[in-house]
Design a protein around this ligand. Structure first.
Ligand code: AHM
Ligand code: MG
Length: 348
């Protein structure tokens, strides 16, 4: 039967908004203070601003390159610049964050707190608009964020050390997906929850409580155009996915937008792979801005994330823009792929 959708209906139902959820759950944080809540609140605000702009992409002259080239030597789209500025500005104004590192900035940014003191507690690492080559073809893109407590003493300016922490130190991580609907999905180390934006009233509602990766799945997501350059372990795993046996062959789904591929796989069960290749020995994805936050979310949702040999969250970063091979998704699938990788590990 055809149902008339009333966008205002949600206001009258007893649904939890993101704002309410943040307040209700702030007691869970290891360091009890409202600061992390305020920080997530500011990301929520910036996400609305960026969402508004992303939705306008087809309407206004905002497409194309901004003319800048980022540190990876890639052209920046105008919306990358917009999103980068929106997140940095919102996070800077809150007196909670002492430093920001962004995939779009060459170096980290130091932020002073109240009265010019360096006493804010958190650093944020962000990929403001991931998958941005998809914007001008109207395909979903995302924002990925990662939050740590600083490790250098309060009162001193942040240093690189505050940003180069292993992913297991993250106190929160999340992503925003600008898709058929806009969602914020995040974790503070107590499971993963997803909130969907009701655009009519600009409010995020808890739509996906306690998200869990199915332990197994039948979707594999990898850019098979690079197949000939993949390590033998990944080639073998792909052949395994395609083999007619048991619940296989699996289905191949690859959007080329990490947040979207990950989000679908978390809901349906699947694996995302961006391996090292003979052209890119460390793969493409950035450990700090992309892999660590997605790995924390995956693990918090019962999935796992690996570089083929090691848990992503245990890797010790040595540079802000470091890359790593990335295998992430349903636990049993990641384990299987790791098995193929390890069977080809060169002996020492
Ligand atoms: P970006 O940070 O330049 O947007 O690159 C990251 C994106 C991921 O979202 C996506 O999974 C991957 O690059 C796609 O790369 P490829 O086109 O090589 O398959
Ligand atoms: Mg990116």
């Amino acid at each position: 039967m055809y149902q008339i959708h009333n966008p205002y209906q949600m206001m009258s139902q007893k649904n939890t908004t993101l704002g309410e959820f943040i307040i209700e759950n702030q007691g869970e944080f290891q360091y009890s203070s409202g600061e992390l809540s305020r920080l997530i609140n500011s990301i929520r605000l910036a996400a609305k601003v960026v969402n508004h702009e992303v939705n306008k992409a087809g309407l206004v002259d905002i497409l194309g390159n901004a003319g800048d080239t980022n540190i990876q030597g890639e052209d920046q789209q105008k919306l990358d610049v917009y999103a980068n500025n929106a997140f940095i500005k919102t996070l800077t104004n809150r007196e909670i964050v002492c430093g920001i590192a962004s995939e779009e900035e060459d170096d980290f940014i130091t932020i002073k707190g109240r009265n010019e003191k360096n006493d804010n507690k958190y650093v944020v690492l962000i990929d403001p608009l991931d998958g941005s080559s998809n914007i001008d073809v109207n395909v979903s893109v995302g924002t990925i964020f990662s939050i740590y407590r600083r490790v250098t003493p309060s009162g001193t300016p942040v240093t690189l050390q505050d940003f180069l922490q292993p992913g297991r130190n993250q106190v929160a991580a999340g992503y925003i997906i600008y898709g058929t609907s806009t969602m914020i999905v995040y974790t503070t180390g107590h499971g993963v929850n997803g909130f969907t934006l009701n655009p009519a009233i600009g409010t995020y509602y808890l739509s996906h409580p306690n998200m869990r990766f199915p332990e197994d799945g039948n979707i594999y997501s990898v850019n098979e155009g690079n197949y000939v350059h993949f390590p033998q372990g990944i080639k073998d795993y792909i052949k395994y996915c395609q083999k007619e046996e048991g619940d296989r062959p699996y289905t191949s789904r690859y959007i080329g937008s990490l947040v979207s591929d990950f989000h679908r796989n978390m809901i349906k069960g699947g694996i995302y792979i961006y391996p090292n290749t003979s052209k890119d020995p460390n793969g493409k994805l950035r450990l700090l801005y992309e892999c660590n936050p997605m790995a924390m979310i995956a693990e918090q949702a019962g999935g796992s994330a690996s570089n083929g040999f090691q848990r992503i969250l245990d890797l010790q970063p040595s540079a802000l823009h470091e890359r790593t091979p990335f295998i992430c998704g349903s636990k049993n699938m990641v384990e299987k792929a790791e098995g193929f990788m390890q069977s080809h590990k060169p002996s020492l």
